[in-house]
Ligand binder design. Structure first.
Ligand code: DGL
Length: 275
């Protein structure tokens, strides 16, 4: 019998905690192991090769820690590394384990949200330049018109706890106004970066009433629950003791402090190296 393990959740840093929070609230019975590569974050401005190499190392770390299933709770890693890891690395590392991302579950919901069928994606430079959202949406819903907007300052605003500051207003307003000027028919804006839910209050301030903001966490959680229902063989390999552990490649004290902003509770964190 295969050894049981926790669900692994990976992000470049803190952002994936917004996804982890929704997953854990929906499925509290499972064990989780969260890994944030804070020492090398942000990933959003890094090349395809670098994001792939870092993400592959993180997945191997979570596999070594016993996770049968790993969620890339980072849009940038999902956009730039997921496909190669699934197709090239998994067959060699361990074909019985699984690595899933956040873009597909988000895209699956998109058609039902938009009336105008004009959608805007807000993301890191890496996610937007990869074209991953446009490609996935074109495959599933070819009638939907997609515009991407890279918002490179938004992650640093959140990481530095400045997301409620007047400085944040400038950068939020700039990108919201720009994307809506590129396509005024947009009626749905997707938060295509795990950090962005913390900017929701600011973003809504600059949104016209007819534009809806779509946050992916809830849908990633629903999609994971459905996946485990469809795959009882994977579900049986997951520990259900309601335990969560957190790993970071940077300072555990700093991670614990910032994570409390994302999760509204205190956590214990362990430092690891993954290169
Ligand atoms: N969490 C990443 C994402 O969802 C953004 C943070 C980063 O740039 O590392 O795209």
């Amino acid at each position: 019998m295969q050894k049981k393990g926790p669900i692994g959740i990976f992000d470049s840093g803190y952002g994936g905690l917004t996804i982890f929070d929704k997953i854990q609230k929906r499925m509290p019975e499972y064990d989780y192991l969260y890994l944030g590569d804070n020492a090398r974050a942000p990933y959003g401005t890094r090349s395809f090769d670098t994001v792939y190499r870092f993400t592959r190392q993180a997945v191997i770390k979570l596999f070594d820690a016993g996770c049968p299933l790993v969620i890339l709770a980072c849009n940038t890693a999902s956009a730039k590394a997921l496909r190669t890891i699934q197709q090239k690395d998994l067959p060699l590392l361990d074909p019985s384990r699984r690595v899933l991302g956040v873009i597909r579950p988000t895209v699956e919901k998109i058609d039902s949200l938009s009336k105008s069928k004009h959608i805007g994606i807000l993301g890191t430079a890496g996610t937007i330049s990869s074209g991953s959202y446009s490609i996935e949406i074109a495959k599933m819903f070819p009638h939907i018109h997609v515009v991407g907007e890279a918002c490179p300052m938004w992650v640093p605003l959140v990481e530095n706890n400045e997301y409620n500051s007047p400085g944040a207003d400038y950068f939020v307003k700039k990108h919201i106004e720009h994307i809506l000027s590129v396509d005024p028919e947009i009626d749905t804006l997707v938060l295509g970066c795990t950090h962005y839910p913390l900017l929701t209050g600011k973003i809504k301030k600059y949104l016209p009433d007819n534009v809806t903001l779509f946050s992916q966490g809830e849908h990633v959680a629903i999609s994971l629950e459905e996946y485990l229902t469809r795959h009882p063989e994977m579900d049986e390999r997951l520990i259900k003791n309601e335990e969560c552990h957190f790993l970071t490649t940077e300072s555990p004290e700093k991670f614990s402090e910032t994570a409390s902003v994302f999760l509204n509770r205190n956590i214990n964190v362990e430092k690891v190296t993954i290169d």
